[in-house]
Write a protein that binds this ligand. Structure first.
Ligand code: GDP
Length: 298
């Protein structure tokens, strides 16, 4: 067994660019800005957003002599200014049951996120029902059942390959009968056949609207942070096939690509309701922009 004497430190963007906090003050010049841009791009913030952040950083500071701490603070503030407006918890309305449709490509963390959310809402005293709407993937249904058990929340399932819309309708009925506060509907994530998926999601929406014309009250898109810039095209795709109202970004633990969240906020302005920071039930955190910006730029 290997025992580490000192914890390994992962130096943040700034310490890699400018040296340690105690490094001498340096003049902010083109070379410094270019190397900062490069680091932001490496952190997967995207070219457009990286250039924008660097330009804002230069305003009023170009040619000045700055300490690493001052640059770090300014960079963190610029990043925070972009992501602060999108930090919003999942809105809960008085209406019962509130329907949350959960979309995203397979593997993005939909099942896990539904389990974590169910657990959080249940801990907050809410009554929750889950519908396993990806009826084609037996493994997905099984996983969701496991998460339902962990969270102490009932999971509605249907025979393999059966119509997800009819399951959604039955789940609405159950949620109403149970007096549930929240119904979370998992969906298939097969982007290979976009037209089919679009039709499937549209049908789910049509059917649940027979029960409640305002449903789904939230359509949550789950994105995997480790896919980097790919997450941007996933948002574009899902916006075409569903009325996405908010995002959850998963797998932000142990990835150097977290900057994509900043690019997403900058480009789409969709609310980010929570972030996934691990595989356990409690590993869903509120999205705290300041903390995120500091961790990214520290
Ligand atoms: P789905 O296909 O979209 O339903 O994705 P799953 O919920 O099954 O997740 C796919 C994989 O990602 C599983 O191995 C999860 O444990 C893992 N996962 C989900 N969210 C997170 C997270 O926030 N952090 C980490 N490290 N892994 C996650």
């Amino acid at each position: 067994e290997q025992i580490e004497e000192t914890p390994r430190q992962r130096p943040g963007l700034l310490s890699r660019a400018l040296g340690r906090p105690e490094a001498p003050r340096r003049v902010m010049d083109d070379a410094m800005l270019e190397s900062l841009e490069e680091l932001l791009i490496q952190a997967d913030m995207g070219v457009e957003t990286s250039l924008k952040v660097a330009a804002r950083l230069a305003e009023g500071r170009f040619g000045k002599r700055l300490s690493t701490a001052e640059i770090q603070q300014a960079l963190s503030a610029e990043v925070s200014a972009i992501i602060e407006p999108v930090s919003k918890p999942l809105p809960l309305y008085a209406k019962k049951p509130q329907v949350v449709l959960v979309v995203g490509v397979n593997g993005s963390g939909k099942t896990t996120t539904i389990g974590k959310l169910a657990s959080q809402f249940r801990a907050a005293g809410k009554k929750v029902v889950i519908a396993a709407g990806d009826t084609f993937r037996a493994a997905a249904v099984e996983q969701l059942q496991i998460w339902g058990e962990r969270a102490g929340v009932p999971v509605m399932t249907a025979a393999q390959g059966s119509d997800p819309a009819s399951l959604a309708f039955d789940a609405m009925t159950k949620a109403e009968e149970d007096g549930a506060d929240l119904l979370m509907i998992d969906t298939a994530g097969r982007l290979q056949n976009r037209a089919d998926l679009m039709e499937e999601l549209a049908k789910i929406v049509r059917v649940i609207r027979k029960k409640d014309p305002d449903a789904p009250h939230n359509t949550l898109l789950v994105l995997d942070a480790t896919t980097g810039q790919n997450a941007l095209s996933q948002v574009e795709t899902f916006q075409k096939i569903a009325d996405v109202t908010g995002l959850v970004m998963t797998k932000l633990d142990g990835t150097a690509k977290g900057g994509v969240l900043v690019a997403l906020a900058d480009r789409f302005g969709l609310p980010i309701h929570a972030i996934g920071v691990g595989e356990q039930i409690d590993d869903l955190a509120p999205f705290d922009p300041d903390e995120f910006a500091k961790a990214l730029t520290g």
